[in-house]
Design a protein around this ligand. Structure first.
Ligand SMILES: C[C@@]1(CC(=O)O)C2=NC(=C\c3[nH]c(c(CCC(=O)O)c3CC(=O)O)Cc3[nH]c(c(CC(=O)O)c3CCC(=O)O)/C=C3\N/C(=C\2)[C@@H](CCC(=O)O)[C@]3(C)CC(=O)O)/[C@H]1CCC(=O)O
Ligand SMILES: NC(=O)c1ccc[n+]([C@@H]2O[C@H](COP(=O)([O-])OP(=O)(O)OC[C@H]3O[C@@H](n4cnc5c(N)ncnc54)[C@H](O)[C@@H]3O)[C@@H](O)[C@H]2O)c1
Length: 212
C-alpha cells in the first residue's frame, strides 16, 4: 500500500530523537531545518550533535531512553542501534498515538523521512515507500543538479504576484491567465538556464498584460 504524503508544519513543535549516532544526527538536521524544537536523548553524542547542544540549537538529556521522555512530544524518531529499545519506543508511542519513526523497523513507523531537495520554499521529496532509501538518495542527487538555487528565488517572485492576483483580480479567466503565464514553458526554459533577467521580465509582463 502506498503512503499518503503530507507536508508537516513543525515550527516550534517539540520533537524527540532517541540516540546520538550518525543516523540521529541526519534526522536532527532535517528537523532543525524545518524549524522544529529538537530534544535528543542518549548516553553519548556525535561531535556534530555535541556542537549543536553547545550552541543551544538542540536540547539534550544524557542517558538511556525512558518512557517519560515522550511527555509533551509531538513527533518521535528512534535512532538507537539497540533493537529492543527501538521496539519498546514503538510500543510506547503506539499507545500514545504519537507520530513515530523507528529507523531500523519500517513496519513500526507511521511516517518515513523522504530524501529532499530544498530550494527556499520549494521542496522536492523522494520516497520509495521504504523499499530503497539509497535509490531515493540517488534520485535526490540527480534532482539537485536539475533544480538549481534559482528555483527558490523564482518561487518567491511568483508567490508574491500570485497573492496580489488572488487578492485583487476578481475576473476568474484573467486570474487563471496570469497564473498560467507566470509558469509557462518559455518562462520555465529561461529559469532552467538561469536567465533570471528574462524570467523577471516575462512574469512582470504576464502580470501587467493580465491586469489591463
Ligand atoms: C531518504 C533518507 C532520509 C533520511 O534518513 O534523512 C532515508 N534513508 C536515507 C539513507 C539511507 N538509509 C539506509 C542507507 C544504506 C543503504 C540501504 O540500506 O539501502 C541509506 C543510504 C545512505 O546512507 O546514503 C539504511 C536504512 N534505511 C532504513 C533502514 C531500515 C530498513 O529498511 O529495514 C535501513 C537499513 C539499516 C540497516 O542496515 O540496519 C529505513 C528508512 N530510511 C528512510 C529514509 C526511510 C525510507 C525512505 C524511502 O521511502 O525511501 C526509512 C524506511 C525510515 C526512515 O528512516 O525514515 C536517507 C537519504 C537522504 C538523502 O541522502 O537525501
Ligand atoms: N533509517 C535510516 O535511514 C537508517 C540508515 C542507516 C542505519 N539505520 C539503522 O539505524 C541504527 C543506528 O545507526 P547509527 O549509525 O546512528 O548507529 P550509532 O551506533 O552511530 O548510534 C546509535 C546510538 O544509539 C544510542 N543508544 C543506544 N541505546 C540507547 C538507549 N537505550 N537510549 C538512547 N540512546 C541509545 C547509542 O548511544 C548511539 O549514540 C542502525 O542500527 C541501523 O539499523 C537506519
Amino acid at each position: 500500500m502506498g503512503h499518503y504524503l503530507i507536508s508537516l508544519d513543525l515550527s516550534d513543535k517539540l520533537c524527540l530523537v532517541i540516540g546520538g549516532g550518525q543516523v540521529a544526527e541526519r534526522k536532527v538536521y532535517s528537523l532543525i531545518e524545518s524549524g522544529a524544537l529538537v530534544r535528543v536523548v542518549g548516553p553519548e553524542l556525535t561531535p556534530g550533535l555535541k556542537d549543536m547542544v553547545e550552541s543551544g540549537r538542540i536540547l539534550y538529556r544524557q542517558g538511556q531512553y525512558l518512557p517519560a521522555d515522550l511527555n509533551n512530544i509531538f513527533l518521535v524518531i528512534s535512532a538507537t542501534d539497540n533493537k529492543e529499545v527501538n521496539r519498546q519506543v514503538a510500543e510506547d508511542c503506539a499507545s500514545r498515538n504519537l507520530l513515530v519513526n523507528i529507523v531500523d523497523t519500517p513496519e513500526k513507523c507511521n511516517f518515513f523521512v523522504p530524501a529532499v531537495v530544498k530550494r527556499g520554499g520549494l521542496s522536492i521529496a523522494v520516497s520509495t515507500s521504504g523499499r530503497s532509501p539509497l535509490l531515493a538518495r540517488k534520485i535526490r542527487e540527480e534532482l539537485e543538479t536539475t533544480y538549481g538555487l534559482q528555483y527558490g528565488e523564482f518561487l518567491d517572485l511568483i508567490a508574491d504576484i500570485r497573492r496580489d492576483v488572488i487578492n485583487n483580480v476578481s475576473d476568474k479567466n484573467k486570474k487563471k491567465e496570469i497564473l498560467e503565464n507566470m509558469v509557462c514553458d518559455e518562462v520555465l526554459d529561461f529559469l532552467k538556464s538561469g536567465r533570471m533577467d528574462m524570467v523577471k521580465e516575462r512574469i512582470l509582463s504576464a502580470y501587467r498584460s493580465g491586469r489591463t
